[in-house]
Design a protein around this ligand. Structure first.
Ligand SMILES: C[S@@+](CC[C@H](N)C(=O)[O-])C[C@H]1O[C@@H](n2cnc3c(N)ncnc32)[C@H](O)[C@@H]1O
Length: 567
């Protein structure tokens, strides 16, 4: 066997697994499996199979919509389709929790421990652009990758936060229809995929993880709407981090119950009989409001994915339901009793007051922090006539110049959209700006005042003194035909690779056009050549946007930001 497992780990697993231990250990002799998941916000299976060179070698992952095993040598992360956000590379078992959350378009969804964003992009695809996704992670550095993956996937209705669950709970009390807690854990299920997890396991003990998980879970539960659903998942085997966590939550919150997962695809039942085997664990379910026998019965409805029983790594998942009615498509916070204004929990109310005041200094000014791109980020929503506008006023020149510089960042966007993007009048959401950066925030998001905001919504671009610069996330979130000017490249064109590497391309005005993707047997371009081909062009590969270019007199200047280029 190539992997050396810690003795403390194998000893414990032997005690737990008994006669299954041999089969479990044999799984470490086998190769890990590789998975990718199609981004159904952009593409379905049929279309993907038509355009992808991987099509013949992909095999479906039975528990995940659009999930496929690929071969190690295929390197899908290097293909232009990856840069177009057509799929996300994700370990097969890791696709299970988001499937269990049963997200429907229109839901308000929280991914509480979200970085680097695999499950967030999966949840966003299930929302199909309707409702809200709040993706949060408390590790500041990791939220960079989280925001980028959400943007690469073309998600338009997400807010990205960098907070502790304790700070979110009062702001979003009872707000979410669906919550995913993909908890930080000791990672025992990932030893085969990533040997470095073994060192981390030795450093972050199971006990420490269990304390952290308990804290995260109870705050998560406070944010779940009546009738809402919460999925708790880990990639570890230890019962202290799995069944015992759920048992203690059920004991504390009698409105929660386990929704029994059906055991298909080789999935195995949770193990209530393993609760209490470890020292001190009984304390977790002290003061229970529910009978222990009843709780243990419920725990058998949670699920374990074992590496010797499924084609994937080790995982655990529990689905919990909060008592109450929910039509499944979301509701405004004012419609139910768990709103911030109608707190019934004195503990949460106290925390909200503390959290709210955290965002202001003694003089009542709004707190600023840096956003992930290093820009000064106002943590409060900028009003339409806010800071960005007054900045322009200071250095106005002649009358026209003065009027131009007095435009708010939102107005700058609208001016840009009018000549570059089709159909924005029909977009749902609220335009807001933080400094010069303009976002489209999904409707119904409460004030984020006082929270560390990484993305306040879909980042549309940055307003300058006289112009608006469209962002990379705007390009990724548009459909090809939403741009006034587009350039169609094919994945196997040399031009596609050159564009992704950041090079300038040369072409005539006739190449800059909005025209449909060539279909088999139809080589003709049938679209409209824009009246003025000069300006921003949405560069597409096989019909899917990858970034902006700026065309003028035969040259397409490459606008792909450094962090988005093919290296
Ligand atoms: C298992 S990973 C999440 C993987 C992610 N769901 C995905 O699918 O890409 C756990 C995450 O929890 C984050 N985390 C740890 N403690 C946290 C806390 N108290 N609140 C929120 N996130 C936390 C870690 O930074 C880490 O990114």
């Amino acid at each position: 066997m190539g992997i050396t497992l810690p003795i403390a780990f194998t000893t414990k697993m032997k005690k737990l697994l008994g006669s299954d231990f041999e089969a479990f250990m044999a799984s470490y002799e086998e190769m890990r499996l590789y998975g990718l998941r199609l981004n159904r916000l952009k593409i379905d299976e049929e279309q993907f199979f038509r355009i992808s060179p991987l099509a013949d070698r992909l095999r479906p992952i039975p528990w995940a919509q659009g999930g496929f095993y690929y071969e190690e040598g295929d390197r899908p992360g290097k293909h232009p389709h990856y840069h177009a956000g057509l799929y996300y590379i994700q370990e097969p078992s890791a696709m299970a929790p988001a499937e269990l959350l049963d997200v429907k378009p229109g839901h308000k969804v929280l991914d509480l421990c979200a970085a680097p964003g695999g499950k967030s992009t999966q949840l966003a695809a299930k929302l199909q652009g309707r409702g809200v996704l709040v993706a949060n992670d408390n590790a500041r550095e990791r939220t960079k990758a989280l925001a980028k993956n959400i943007e690469l996937a073309g998600v338009r209705n997400a807010v990205v936060l960098n907070e502790e669950p304790e700070a979110l709970a009062p702001v979003f009390a009872g707000y979410f229809d669906r919550i995913l807690v993909d908890a930080p854990c000791s990672g025992e299920g990932m030893f085969r995929k990533e040997e470095s997890m073994i060192t981390q396991w030795e450093r972050h003990s199971v006990e420490r993880c269990a304390v952290m998980q308990h804290d995260i879970l109870r705050h998560a539960a406070a944010m779940l709407a009546p009738g809402g659903r919460l999925v708790y998942s880990t990639c570890t085997f230890s019962p202290e981090e799995n069944e015992a966590q759920i048992a203690s939550l059920l004991a504390e919150d009698p409105e929660l119950s386990v929704w029994r997962v059906s055991l298909a695809h080789g999935w195995a039942a949770g193990r209530p009989d393993w609760i209490g085997l470890q020292d001190g664990e009984d304390e977790l379910i002290d003061n229970q409001l529910k009978d222990l026998g009843e709780i243990k019965q419920e725990i058998s409805g949670t699920v374990r994915l074992w590496p010797h029983l499924v084609k994937g790594e080790g995982h655990y998942a529990a689905v919990l339901i909060r008592e109450g009615l929910n039509d499944g498509t979301g509701h405004s916070p004012a419609e139910h009793p768990h709103t911030p204004e109608q707190q019934h929990s004195p503990e949460l109310k106290g925390r909200r007051e503390r959290g709210g005041s955290k965002g202001r200094d003694r003089k009542g000014k709004e707190r600023f922090s840096k956003d992930r791109d290093g820009k000064g980020l106002n943590t409060a929503v900028q009003p339409l006539s806010g800071r960005g506008a007054s900045k322009g006023r200071k250095d106005g020149g002649g009358l026209l110049r003065k009027a131009e510089t007095e435009m708010t960042p939102e107005q700058r966007w609208q001016e840009f959209a009018a000549s570059n993007v089709r159909g924005t009048e029909a977009w749902q959401g609220k335009l807001i700006s933080y400094g010069s950066r303009v976002y489209l925030q999904p409707d119904g998001v409460p004030s984020l005042d006082g929270l560390r905001v990484v993305r306040a919504g879909w980042f549309l671009g940055e307003a300058g003194r006289y112009k608006f610069e469209p962002s990379q996330p705007l390009a990724m979130g548009l459909g090809m035909q939403e741009a006034v000017r587009s350039l169609q490249l094919r994945a196997d064109d040399e031009g596609a690779t050159r564009y992704l590497k950041g090079e300038t391309l040369h072409m005539t005005a006739a190449d800059i056009a909005a025209y449909p993707l060539e279909r088999e047997g139809d080589e003709s371009k049938t679209g409209n050549v824009p009246a003025d081909p000069k300006g921003y062009v949405l560069v597409c590969i096989d019909g899917y946007p990858v970034g902006w270019g700026k065309w003028d007199a035969g040259t397409l200047k490459n606008e792909l930001a450094a962090g988005w280029r093919l290296t």
